[in-house]
Ligand binder design. Structure first.
Ligand code: SF4
Length: 179
């Protein structure tokens, strides 16, 4: 009989399509990124169709391997982690994401949800949340008409702040200031 032991992180695998370092996803941070595949959201205009479940990726990295990779990159100067590819991934349970986030709890983690379903995330050790599916006509975070939101947790006041405009639409702010 197959059994699931949430304490055994070697049993928990995620379909990682790509990993590395990015300077552009989390403002002012050197982020270790993981692109999680088998996304079932199928947003119209998605820039990363290789992450869709139609290009199925066999789960290939254990939670422990992901944590080890993060540790390596932190030693080299990284100071954040970002999980991309949404959180609606074929054959990946929310339990696995939960275990990964708990294992990364000493790091600063951002997660791109790919939907507006946030009800369970703020209970986890996450610093940034990108919410909302991508809608081509409304654009991404840098578009003034975007439906997506970028939230940052303020641990001092224990509140989530919407930083979309401040972090991603600064040129608009400047234009407004120059009017
Ligand atoms: S959630 Fe992200 S990866 Fe998935 S379809 Fe939407 S934009 Fe693409």
């Amino acid at each position: 009989m197959n059994s699931f032991n949430p304490m055994d992180v070697s049993n928990c695998k995620l379909p990682v399509v790509n990993k590395g370092i990015t300077l552009t996803e989390i403002p002012n941070r050197i982020s270790v990124f993981f692109e999680i595949g088998n996304c079932t959201c199928h947003c119209d205009g998605c820039h990363s169709p290789e992450l869709w479940d139609t290009n199925y990726t066999i789960p290939n990295m254990t939670v422990q391997e992901i944590v080890d990779y993060v540790d390596e990159q932190y030693k080299l100067g990284a100071n954040a982690v970002v999980l991309m590819g949404g959180m609606n991934n074929k054959d990946v349970s929310k339990d696995v994401f939960t275990i990964l986030l708990l294992e990364l709890s000493t790091r600063q983690v951002g997660i791109y949800v790919g939907s507006d379903d946030l009800k369970w995330l703020p209970l986890l050790p996450v610093r940034w949340i990108k919410a909302g599916g991508y809608e081509k006509d409304k654009g991404g975070l840098d578009s003034p008409t975007t439906n997506q939101r970028f939230y940052e947790y303020d641990p001092t006041n224990r509140v989530w702040e919407d930083k979309t405009k401040e972090y991603f639409q600064r040129s608009d702010n400047n234009e407004e200031e120059n009017l």
